[in-house]
Ligand binder design. Structure first.
Ligand code: ADP
Length: 312
């Protein structure tokens, strides 16, 4: 409220706090419900909850609580529920449309098979959404992985690249060219499932957004200070700079239709970011429109154990 004790003591409170909703609240003289005041503070970013309580004789005590974070969390929760409902509603509408068609029309075998194929696609879409949502909630609700599990980077990369080649086979007839470059192998301390999920999501994005025939390079290097970078670079369409800061938000998509057509849920990069942050690392994205994108995972030195190549 910007009150200064020396200057304001013994002033009438309705002179000091002049917001109409506050004056109204005082005048009503019914303080059973609290009053929420939004857009407060010097830059209008605070939400305050206040309530007056009887205190001594003919006095009131005004309790004020900063509920900015609570309000933000509440808004995020509402957005999230709205987003999830929206994501599920679309395939569900399509699916029930086909069910109705099949119930009411006599269909030739070929048509029926075609419809069943489309229905299976929509069911799959809902399945991937639920599976990504569960992955995210597991990442949020469990303690960070300890350092006991050790994941050999070259193995992690080989496995994820093989999966990505499989996806490329389905989406682009296997026309993407993959390279992997591990200058010095190392073990990453953490969870193999989470690291595979992070790298897997980046590679799946690279395949899904890079046109047929494009190149996808995976690179791992240990830096002189013992930390390490794991990156995926593609020769896809690139991403305009204004999108980059929001890319890891849940359901944020640049190209909605490309994402949907290729089975995207809009949650992949949110999963990557969570998984990497749980390993003390960071995700950064560099991209040039028309040239391609690099998604880089940086791991701190205390998660990286160098492997002596001669001992392997
Ligand atoms: P989605 O399931 O939609 O791919 P992600 O969270 O994995 O969700 O990615 C968010 C958005 O970032 C995508 O919808 C896409 O617009 C953009 N994106 C991600 N990876 C790439 C990439 N390699 N090249 C171009 N755009 C990408």
């Amino acid at each position: 409220f910007g009150l200064i004790f020396k200057r304001d003591v013994m002033q009438r409170v309705n002179f000091l706090i002049r917001r109409p909703e506050f004056i109204q609240y005082l005048n009503k003289r019914n303080f059973e419900e609290p009053l929420l005041m939004e857009r407060m503070g010097p830059d209008g970013s605070l939400s305050l909850m206040l309530q007056a309580f009887p205190f001594g004789q003919k006095r009131h005590l005004l309790l004020v609580q900063d509920v900015t974070d609570l309000q933000k969390a509440d808004a995020m929760r509402r957005d999230f529920v709205a987003n999830v409902s929206h994501e599920i509603r679309t395939p569900l509408t399509v699916l029930s449309g086909f069910v109705e068609t099949m119930q009411t029309l006599e269909l030739a075998d070929a048509d029926r098979d075609h419809y069943l194929g489309l229905m299976a696609q929509q069911a799959e879409r809902m399945q991937s959404l639920v599976s990504d949502l569960l992955t995210l909630s597991k990442l949020e609700g469990s303690p960070a992985p300890n350092r006991q599990g050790l994941v050999l980077t070259s193995q992690l990369i080989d496995k994820c690249v093989a999966d990505a080649q499989g996806l490329s086979e389905v989406l682009a007839g296997g026309s993407h060219r993959f390279t992997s470059d591990v200058s010095h192998d190392a073990q990453l301390a953490g969870s193999v499932d989470e690291l595979s999920s992070a790298l897997g999501n980046l590679l799946s994005n690279a395949v899904r957004y890079t046109p047929a025939g494009g190149r996808i390079d995976v690179r791992f290097e240990v830096l002189p200070d013992g930390s390490a970078n794991l990156s995926v670079t593609d020769t896809g369409p690139g991403i305009a700079p204004e999108h980059l800061p929001r890319l890891t938000e849940r359901f944020y998509r640049v190209d909605r239709s490309r994402s949907r057509e290729t089975g995207g849920t809009g949650l992949g990069l949110a999963i990557v970011k969570h998984a990497i942050q749980r390993h003390g690392g960071q995700v950064s994205i560099r991209s040039d429109l028309g040239v391609g994108s690099t998604f880089l995972l940086h791991f701190p030195a205390d998660r990286v154990r160098r492997v002596n190549p001669h001992l392997r």
